[in-house]
Design a protein around this ligand. Structure first.
Ligand code: IMP
Length: 178
């Protein structure tokens, strides 16, 4: 099925689950190499990250841990530009190698604030792995060390990403039809 409807909008398939799997594996291979001999803590940013974290971790061969935080700025398909408070961080990250795992970096405001907040707890290192980045939308400078796909300024759903709560279950990724 290449065309679907989510709520009131039409979407067309743009990235297949096979392409996603191949790119996620490449990101994992880089992390395996860069963190050899270390034990990074992957900090998944809910809700959108859950499929990416799962597939990424299955491809990690190094010792690693996972935890989840929540920090959302989106409602519907328009960014509010407002970033809310970070919740869910129960363990100490001081002296740890942290990889923040995000579904998509859009304006970059969420990740910017996230890095600022986490840096206060003095981790040994702090990097971002994001499945998607929309470079043309960035409003602040954010260094995404591990990104699987750079995409144009289009709203997408699937593989964990939603449009107003729906579409997260789709194995492939779909672009909105304008
Ligand atoms: P940022 O703070 O503008 O970078 O927003 C990041 C968050 O916005 C992501 O974690 C997503 O939850 C959401 N988001 C941004 N673009 C999209 C999209 O195309 N589809 C679904 N969610 C998106």
């Amino acid at each position: 099925m290449s065309r679907i409807k989510v709520h009131d909008r039409e979407f067309v398939k743009s990235i297949s689950c096979e392409e996603i799997a191949a790119e996620v594996k490449k990101v994992a291979d880089r992390i395996n190499k860069d963190y050899a001999g270390k034990r990074p803590l992957l900090l998944g940013v809910l809700n959108g990250c859950f499929m990416f974290v799962s597939d990424l971790m299955k491809n990690l061969e190094i010792e690693c841990e996972v935890s989840f935080v929540k920090f959302s700025s989106y409602q519907g398909s328009e960014t509010t530009g407002k970033v809310k408070k970070l919740i869910g961080l129960s363990e100490s990250i001081e002296g740890r190698d942290i990889i923040v795992v995000e579904d998509i970096v859009d304006t970059g405001l969420t990740m910017h604030k996230m890095l600022e907040t986490l840096a206060e707890s003095n981790p040994a290192s702090l990097e971002i792995a994001s499945l998607f980045v929309k470079p043309s939308r960035l409003q602040v400078s954010v260094d995404v060390k591990y990104s699987a796909f750079e995409i144009p300024d289009r709203f997408i759903v699937g593989y964990g990403l939603d449009y107003d709560g729906l579409g997260r279950n789709l194995p492939d990724v779909y672009d909105v039809v304008e």
